[in-house]
Design a binder for this molecule. Structure first.
Ligand code: DDH
Length: 287
C-alpha cells in the first residue's frame, strides 16, 4: 500500500524503468571507482546471486537474495560483492517496494545495457528469503580449475557448452583484485565496455603463465598487462568450448545475441514467475 491508498500498489514496467533510470544515473555519476564504473561489479553480483542454482534440488538461484546474510556473503567467491550491494542500498531505500532479489538482477541487466552491451530483457517476481535458504559454500566456480569443473558447475545449473562459453564472455568487463580473489588485472583494455574482446584476445594473443607470488594466472605476451584465469584458458584448451570461443571472437553480433539469451536464463533460474517470458520488460537505456 502506498500513500495511504486502499488498493495495494502493483508496480508496472514504468515503475521498474524508474529503478533502471536511477541505477543508470548513479553509474554515470559515480565514476571514481576502479576503472571508472561500478557496472562490472553489479554484473558480478547478479551472476553470483543466480549461479548458486542447483537444478536437481531446485535450490539457490536469484530468488531469495540470500547473499544478504553472513554465511553466504562470507563465502570466498563472494568477496568484494559488498561494494555492489552497498551501491544499490540507496536505490532500495528510494523504491522500498522492490525486493532485493529483483533489484540485484535488474541491476545486472541495467549494467550490461549501460556498458554498451545487448538489451537484456528482465521481469520481476523474485521474493527475498530468510537466512535458512542460504546455499552451502562451493556452488560457484573456482578459477584455479579446468574444463571438467566448468562443466560440473554450469551443468548443475542446467547450461550446455555453448551457453557456458557465452556466459564467460562477461569477463570483457571488470578486473580481478588481489584483496578479493587473489588474482590480479583486467582481461582487456576497455574493462568498462561490454564487447567480444575477451574472446578475440583469447584466440589472437599468446598467453604465458605469469611469474609472480600470487595464484597461477596467465598474462599476454604483447603488453604483460592483461590477465586470464586458468578457467578462461580452459575455454581454448577444450575442443567443445573452443569452437564457440572462435565463433564469438569472429562475430560480435552473434555473441551479443547469445550472451543476452543466456544471461536472461541465468537471472531467472529457479524463479517461480507468475508472468510469461513474452511479458519481459525491455528497458530504455540512458542517452
Ligand atoms: Fe567471473 N570472476 N568467473 N564471471 N566475473 C571474476 C570477476 C568477474 C570466475 C572467476 C572470477 C563468470 C564466470 C567466472 C564477472 C562475471 C562473470 C573474478 C575476479 C574471478 C576470480 C574477482 C575479483 O577479484 O574482484 C570463474 C572461475 C568463472 C567460470 O566461469 C568458471 C560469469 C559466468 C560471469 C557473468 O557475469 C555471466 C565480472 C563482471 C567480473 C568483474 C568484477 C569486477 O569487480 O570488476
Amino acid at each position: 500500500y502506498l500513500n495511504g491508498e486502499k488498493k495495494p500498489f502493483v508496480p508496472g514496467q514504468a515503475d521498474y524503468q524508474k529503478v533502471y533510470d536511477e541505477i543508470a544515473r548513479k553509474l554515470a555519476d559515480e565514476t571514481d571507482y576502479d576503472d571508472g564504473s561500478y557496472g562490472p561489479v553489479l554484473v558480478r553480483l547478479a551472476w553470483h546471486a543466480s549461479g548458486t542454482y542447483d537444478k536437481e534440488t531446485n535450490t539457490g538461484g536469484s530468488n531469495g537474495a540470500t547473499m544478504r546474510f553472513a554465511p553466504e556473503s562470507g563465502h570466498g567467491a563472494n568477496a568484494g560483492l559488498k561494494t555492489a550491494r552497498d551501491f544499490l542500498e540507496p536505490i532500495k531505500a528510494q523504491f522500498p517496494w522492490i525486493t532485493y532479489s529483483d533489484l540485484w538482477t535488474l541491476a545486472g541487466s541495467a549494467a550490461i545495457q549501460e556498458l554498451g552491451g545487448p538489451v537484456v530483457p528482465w521481469r520481476p517476481g523474485r521474493e527475498d528469503k530468510e537466512i535458512v535458504a542460504c546455499t552451502p559454500d562451493g556452488r560457484l566456480p573456482d578459477a584455479s580449475q579446468g574444463h571438467r569443473h566448468i562443466r560440473d558447475v554450469f551443468g548443475r545449473m542446467g547450461f550446455d557448452d555453448r551457453e557456458m562459453v557465452a556466459l564467460c564472455g562477461a569477463h570483457a568487463l571488470g578486473r580481478a583484485h588481489t584483496d578479493r580473489s587473489g588474482f590480479d588485472g583486467p582481461w582487456d583494455f576497455s574493462p568498462t565496455v561490454f564487447s567480444n574482446e575477451f574472446f578475440r584476445l583469447l584466440v589472437e594473443e599468446k598467453w604465458n603463465q605469469r611469474k609472480w607470488n600470487g595464484p597461477a594466472q596467465f598474462t599476454d605476451k604483447t603488453t604483460s598487462t592483461l590477465m586470464m584465469l586458468p578457467t578462461d584458458i580452459a575455454l581454448i584448451k577444450d575442443k567443445g568450448f573452443k569452437s564457440h570461443v572462435e565463433r564469438y571472437a569472429k562475430d560480435s553480433d552473434v555473441f551479443f545475441k547469445e550472451f543476452s539469451d543466456v544471461y536472461v536464463k541465468l537471472l531467472e533460474l529457479g524463479v517461480p514467475f507468475q508472468s510469461k517470458p513474452e511479458d519481459r520488460f525491455v528497458f530504455k537505456a540512458s542517452e
